[in-house]
Design a protein around this ligand. Structure first.
Ligand SMILES: [Zn+2]
Length: 104
């Protein structure tokens, strides 16, 4: 699978809560907890929510993970994500183009 094929498939997402260990503690963290929503790497959803959360939390150094949910993004979410991604890429290309134009 190419990078584009992975990006264009409907990706799996994960959300969970974890202990705030910031110093000083974040005053807005309800019950001393933060929450995180992010994408899973390919295939991690097949391990199940708990195992996937463990891998993700380790990567982010998050402790005492709870309220784990995983789900696959909808076609709509996928479309929004791709639209945003393509816009960012187009902006970057335009940025490079402008720089080159300025050098002429
Ligand atoms: Zn915090």
């Amino acid at each position: 699978m190419s990078r584009d094929q992975i990006l264009e498939s409907r990706r799996w997402k994960i959300s969970y809560s974890y202990d705030c260990v910031c110093d000083p503690r974040c005053y807005w963290a309800k019950g001393g907890r933060h929450s995180q929503t992010t994408f899973l790497n390919k295939g991690e959803q097949e391990l199940g929510a708990e195992a996937a959360a463990e891998i993700t939390a380790r990567a982010f150094k998050h402790a005492n993970v709870a309220d784990v949910e995983i789900w696959q993004e909808s076609d709509e979410e996928r479309a929004t994500r791709l639209k945003w991604m393509r816009k960012t890429e187009a902006d970057e290309r335009r940025g490079i183009h402008w720089n080159m134009g300025g050098a002429n």
